[in-house]
Design a protein around this ligand. Structure first.
Ligand code: NAD
Ligand code: GLY
Length: 372
């Protein structure tokens, strides 16, 4: 029995393979994953010399376990902590990471472990993508949003003062280690925000999963480990399937942005400090589904089912009271605007989705806002 299969059986990990040869990698999901991180990285021949990038909050909770696990398996980790929050996902922080890599003598044979939520994962991923033209990175996501979305698929970035994620690269990790236990310490609001992205997968790609979420809503709200693990695994599988078809987002991958066009407008117009990302996406999904109904792509019952599920997960569904003109102006700055034409991801019923040109965004938005 190979180390990997022995380890997989002993620790009861579920495995999803992201098939992107020659850059394929496993996503391992289970309880207690970080205790075995050293063995897992050893089994994929990850570089011995490692820079762990994290923040103080996460490292205080889980750093010792991760360092112990790595050292026990013969790795030599150093630790670099960055500021906690979106405001630290910047070029300034990135330069401090490069400075530290250089000071620590990191070369192309070294690796990075990103231990944290999406902010740490995106920044550490981009540091790894760009340092010496690319070094290995392993993602150890610690928020629900990072476990179901940002750690998978290789999008890495930092923000520019003029826009989120403007400076970035596709750089697939060598391993994603998802330890469901880490979510026990996550604040309620962050947890529910992550559930918005889970709901998204059901709406865009899998009606059975959407029904399953309705049936297991209370268990998920209680963070029961088994359903939570299933929800994370299904979300990662859906994302992996999409990324395998369209790694660089030339087409299909854009459906992962369901709810994001309007959601980003909400975030921009409220200064990025009123809503968490998933909360803004929940509002965006509610608006997108109403547009879908208006376009005849889904029924009013589909819209009601989505709104009800989001609300049961304590997520907002009503946009803040701003003018439609302001929303349209903000939406026109979306990355999906092509040659001045707005595109949105709309749901076809529940379980399918498509990218649609929006010819008259102002009229359309006004028509869906009226009944609110
Ligand atoms: P985050 O990384 O800021 O984490 C949220 C908060 O939770 C932070 O204060 C963090 O310190 C804390 N935290 C993290 N893990 C914890 C734990 N286990 N216990 C207690 N506290 C914990 O936010 P996020 O929602 O994880 O990520 C948001 C970022 O992800 C954004 O920058 C967004 O652009 C990015 N993102 C990237 C992708 C992608 O495909 N790369 C996809 C979606 C979002
Ligand atoms: N979060 C969207 C994507 O990874 O494409």
């Amino acid at each position: 029995m190979s180390l990997k299969s022995g380890l997989m059986q002993n620790c009861n990990f579920k495995k999803i393979e992201v098939g992107l040869a020659p850059d394929s990698y496993p996503i391992l999901i289970g309880q207690g994953g970080i205790n075995n991180l050293g063995l897992l990285l050893q089994s994929i021949s990850f570089p011995r010399k490692i820079s762990i990038i994290s923040n103080e909050r996460v490292f205080t909770l889980y750093g010792e376990t991760v360092v112990h696990s790595l050292e026990s398996s013969g790795f030599t980790p150093t630790v670099m902590l960055i500021g906690d929050g979106e405001e630290y996902k910047t070029l300034t922080t990135l330069i401090s990471v490069y400075d530290r890599f250089v000071a620590d003598g990191m070369d192309r044979s070294c690796g990075v472990v990103a231990l944290g939520g999406g902010v740490v994962g995106d920044l550490a991923g981009y540091a790894a993508a760009s340092y010496m033209r690319g070094i290995a990175v392993a993602q150890v996501p610690t928020t629900l949003l990072a476990q179901v979305d940002s750690s998978v698929g290789g999008k890495t970035a930092v923000n520019h003062p003029q826009g989120k994620n403007i400076i970035g690269a596709f750089h697939q990790p060598k391993l994603v280690c998802i330890d469901v236990d880490l979510l026990k310490t996550l604040a309620d609001r962050e947890y529910f925000s992550g559930l918005a992205e889970v709901v998204k997968y059901g709406v865009i790609r899998d009606s059975d999963f959407f029904e399953w979420l309705i049936a297991h809503c209370d268990a998920l709200k209680n963070r029961d480990p088994e359903p939570l693990e299933y929800a994370i695994m299904t979300s990662c599988q859906i994302k992996a399937d999409i990324v395998e078809i369209d790694e660089k987002e030339t087409g299909l991958r854009a459906i992962l942005n369901f709810g994001h066009t309007f959601g980003h407008a909400v975030e921009t117009l409220t200064g990025y400090n009123r809503y968490l990302h998933g909360e803004a996406v929940a509002i965006g999904m509610a608006v997108a589904s109403k547009i879908s109904a208006r376009q005849g792509l889904c029924s009013e019952q589909d819209v009601a089912a989505l709104l009800s599920l989001l609300q049961r997960f304590n997520l907002p569904v009503v946009p803040p009271d701003l003018t439609t003109e302001a929303y349209v102006a903000a939406m026109m700055h979306d990355k999906k605007v092509k040659e001045g034409r707005l595109q949105m991801v709309l749901n076809r019923g529940i379980g399918q989705s498509e990218i649609v040109d929006i010819a008259e965004p102002l009229l359309l938005l006004k028509s869906v806002f009226q009944p609110c």
